[in-house]
Design a protein around this ligand. Sequence first.
Ligand SMILES: Cc1cc2nc3c(=O)[nH]c(=O)nc-3n(C[C@H](O)[C@H](O)[C@H](O)COP(=O)(O)O)c2cc1C
Length: 655
Amino acid sequence: MEYPHLFEPIIIGNTMFKNRIFAAPTGHPDATIEGNFAEDVAPYYEQKAKGGAAAVTLGEAIVDSKYGKRHMFQLSLDCRHSVHSLAKVADAIRRHGAVASIELQHSGMNATPGLDTPGVCEGSKIIYGPSPCIHNGNEIQEMPEEIIYEVIEKFAAAAKRVQELGFGMVTVHAGHAWLLNEFMSPIINRRTDQWGGSVENRARLTVEVCDAIHKSCGRGFPVEVRFSATEAIPGGYTIEDGVAFAKQLVGHADIIHCSVGCGIGLEEGYRTFPNTHPSMFKEDGVNVKYAAEVKKHITNTPIATVGALDDPAMMEEILASGQADIVEIARGLICDPELPNKAREGRSEDIIKCMRCMTCFSTLKNRGSFWCALNPLTNRERAFARLPEKAAPKKVLVVGGGVAGMQAALTAAAEGHKVILCEKTGRLGGHIRCEENVPFKKHLAEYIAQQERRIASAAIDVRLNTEVTPEYARSVKADAIVAALGARAFKPNIPGIDGGNVCCADDAYINPDIVGKSAVILGGGLVGMELAIYLNSLGKKAEVVEMAPAFNPGLNFLHGDCVTTKLREEGIPTHFSTKAEKIDEHGVLCSTPDGERYFAADTVIYAVGQKALTAETIALHDCATYFYPVGDCVQPRTISDANMEARTAALDIGR
Ligand SMILES: Cc1cc2nc3c(=O)[nH]c(=O)nc-3n(C[C@H](O)[C@H](O)[C@H](O)COP(=O)(O)O)c2cc1C
């Protein structure tokens, strides 16, 4: 076996886990306000169990609806009628041999005041934390001791309830600024009673929660505690304190799960999200060092690590070198739930690695379900389940070999169609190929290479350097055309734009040598901001000017947080409400609310969006009976949408 440590079973409490890969908690908001999951939720978690994870953890479920709820689509575990859909999810996980776990959470001072749970209770207008303060504009009161004891009982009752519903483990959330973390945090907890002060006192609530759960569910019932091994914020506790907290948990928690980050007491503009959910700008396995430090001091309780993990070789090494006992993966399994099985079968090169673009979490927040940029099946398991009737085989011409075209060609070929894939350049990959040498986009480059390999081994007739005109398309005599022609960089109409010192973002990505020592980037969307980070990493001085009053990351606002954080860390200047008026050979003249300002730079780069190749696409509309325009050629869009549309179009052919 290639990864003996990764696939070594482990016994925790009275339960055997078949390997060391656990699916870390991912909250699912696709629920009614009464707290029942939609039907799509069980297949999402089931896929991770089927893919080989030893345990699959559901995200934050609230133990105390009155005082502990953050948003209305969180499950309320303190009401029987609001949790019955959980049994189906547990069943979907268990039947594939994985242990179903669920995260028990109380939001503490991050609870939303007055948030009612229909049929359960009215939300409290009073918000409790360890000590009084103002937080998020809310007045926080010190949690009285009788409520602390109620909270402990609520955790125990919730654990008992989910145990009865088929869950084989619980994960107590004591990190990421929720209630139990708040008690641990020196920034927030200023109590002088037995719940504050020393590390022992600040850990007491978590310890008592573990003990109460064991009392209600049995000593053998595994209780995992997820905590922040370091808060990683100014004034927060450090890894040394994290080790001290972990020592307190020994004998009470059955797994000590070391996450990172806390989002409380932050100075203006500081974001903790890139710590709790390591951004693409951080290295793979960025949190392992914290778990390793905890493990050095603890021998008798398994230690789990989490964060930016999806390479089996790296995970094997983490376990083999004794830095942790368990690896937990969230986004890596959203992107490829088959990861464990592929590693076990010696097919690691087929694993689709998460590029940490945050599409999943951003869509979770603003669309109520979450989707993956690279894996169109995630959370569409039912929609894309194998369709009952076989497609009538057709001749399919896919025009354009970018993300959408490759996805369409692969899906159509797998459906049994005869597929011809034409790409006008000499390589597959399309527009995003320009970023293939950018270190923080390496997983995107790997994905493109994988798609190329899949296409090479599928029965697809690939025609490179082939521009598809209507005449060419007609000559192919295809039944269906999937038009995935893409878009081209939009060139703004600014005097001087055709100067020798001006280029578009794509060209700067492809060949950064054409950019001088300093650059002004016109356009503060994601492309421009990321380009500034890239050029800065190459030792060039980059700054961004944007005519809008603020950075607009589009729907992917959480990646926006990561980009903003990185720009701040690197000291890269960004100028908003600043409009380029005229470019000359020394830089660009801009208008700002304070008057004109000249930005001197060797190179001016425009990154002001893409223009769909609509005319070229429309020209193909009558060249086959069926016509499916997908991706950027309809309107520039995300990789996630391009992948989803292309897969859907390919499945529609012949049905
Ligand atoms: C879509 C999504 C939902 C998440 N929901 C939760 C949650 O409910 N509770 C929690 O503790 N962490 C949650 N997380 C954080 C993950 O458990 C994990 O700690 C984090 O994503 C870092 O691990 P990764 O790099 O493997 O993704 C979520 C992450 C994602 C991407």
